[in-house]
Design a protein around this ligand. Structure first.
Ligand SMILES: [Zn+2]
Length: 77
């Protein structure tokens, strides 16, 4: 197998694993906007591609106020 194909396969597996992991997270957590305080849900795809950092914060655009910021996960009620 050529290195290019191997790299593509690894990337696809990593993306699928990430999507499954994010689907699990987004089913349990909402995210709270730092700017307006509203809570909102992320789709697994958005959660997968958004920049994130240790602790689960994600850098996304808030659907309520439209501001991009780091949002923290909050357990769904
Ligand atoms: Zn907001």
């Amino acid at each position: 197998m050529s290195p290019a194909i191997t790299a593509v396969i690894i990337a696809v597996i990593a993306l699928v694993a990430q999507l499954i992991f994010q689907r699990h997270l987004t089913s349990k957590y909402d995210y709270q906007c730092d700017n307006c305080g509203q809570r909102f849900n992320l789709t697994p795809l958005t959660a997968s591609v958004a920049p994130h950092r240790f602790g689960g914060s994600k850098y996304v655009r808030c659907p309520h106020c439209g501001v991009r910021s780091w949002v923290s996960p909050v357990p769904k009620q």
